[in-house]
Design a protein around this ligand. Structure first.
Ligand SMILES: Nc1nc2c(c(=O)[nH]1)N[C@H]1C(S)=C(S)[C@@H](COP(=O)(O)O)O[C@H]1N2
Ligand SMILES: [Mo]
Length: 318
């Protein structure tokens, strides 16, 4: 196995237990560990042309969203990723180059006036794009601060015209095991899915992200379009979306399907509620030697706390 030199802030494997460590064990026992090797095949066969949305960047910055810490170095954010479709390590940049992000079609279905499909390059020119600086917190207790560019989810919801019976929005990633070797690992509930309540979807914070650091989003961050919900743990921020459905029932998410006792639907950040394998009290800031205290709702209580009034009986923080 190749061990790359890491900057000295990088957490040793022992500290940075992966979200899926128990799965690796399961895979090993099933004799499927060799499948992971496929994730590092060269991506040459999938080479693509210039990005057709380059002219949209950098987008206007929305100055309403400020940070309490410096923006994470771009190279650090771009080389420490979770994208299980391309491997379970943090080092998936090379294998994620297999992601073919053009042409890219998104299906909008379920409880909408009229289901439709739209090409990504068409969608991104129909709706407003803006840049926002957000904190981002993974349940593995690392964090970063990122200039995302995206479409406010609320603008997309209005565009999709959901019916009043729609109570949740469900997001789904592509399914293509030939392109994404991790999807050959049959014990995962592929494709990756996530969901929000309609009230959450209509909040000001969630972004359908299409860019990062003033450029179109690269493969490892979830090209060409992914969700970002900065008050929730990172696993809610589903990458490379191909389907958005409006539904009446709470969707079952990928991580709930894997391990419901550890990963719930709400997944709101709370320093006082530990995950079974990680204290959530503090976070390792990527690219620095800093551990910072974690903030309730990752510092976004002012914007989102009201969403959870009356839901105190729910497991809001896992
Ligand atoms: N489709 C898909 N989306 C995903 C994941 C994944 O494995 N597959 N991992 C999630 C997790 S656990 C995190 S922390 C973030 C990481 O985003 P980043 O690599 O852009 O920092 O993506 C989330 N979205
Ligand atoms: Mo994560």
């Amino acid at each position: 196995m190749l061990i790359k030199n890491r900057p000295d802030w990088h957490m040793p494997e022992s500290q940075a237990t992966s979200e899926a460590v128990f799965l690796n064990r399961r895979a090993f026992m099933a004799g499927g560990a060799g499948l992971i090797a496929g994730a590092s095949l060269p991506g040459a066969a999938f080479a693509q042309g210039a990005d057709p949305t380059l002219d949209l960047y950098p987008a206007r910055n929305n100055a309403a969203y400020t940070l309490d810490r410096p923006v994470t170095n771009e190279a650090d954010a771009a080389s420490y990723n979770n994208f299980y479709e391309f491997g379970t390590s943090k080092d998936i940049v090379a294998s994620s180059k297999r992601l073919v992000s053009r042409p890219w079609t998104i299906a909008i279905d379920g409880m909408v006036e009229k289901p439709f499909e739209i090409g990504f390059d068409d969608l991104v020119r129909k709706l407003p794009l803006e840049e926002r600086l957000y904190r981002f917190r993974c349940v593995e207790a690392w964090s970063m601060a990122v200039p995302w560019t995206g479409i406010p989810l609320k603008a997309f919801v209005d565009f999709a015209k959901p019916l009043s019976g729609a109570k949740y929005i469900r997001f789904e990633t592509f399914m293509n095991p030939r392109m994404a070797p991790g999807q050959s690992q049959r014990w995962y509930p592929w494709p990756y899915t996530e969901g929000l309540t309609m009230a959450e979807a209509n909040n000001e914070l969630p972004l359908l992200v299409t860019g990062i650091y003033g450029k179109p989003i690269p493969s490892q961050h979830g090209a060409p379009i992914r969700l970002v919900t900065p008050w929730k743990y990172g696993f809610k921020s589903v990458k490379s979306i191909t389907k958005i459905s409006f539904v009446a029932e709470r969707p079952k998410t990928f991580w709930e399907g894997l391990q419901a006792s550890e990963y719930g639907f709400w997944a709101n950040v709370n320093p006082e509620v530990s995950h079974p394998r990680w204290s959530q009290a503090s976070e390792q800031v990527l690219g620095t030697r800093d551990r910072k205290p974690t903030l309730l709702y990752n510092g976004y209580a002012e914007q989102v706390a009201g969403l959870y009034k009356g839901l105190e009986g729910e497991k809001l923080f896992m």
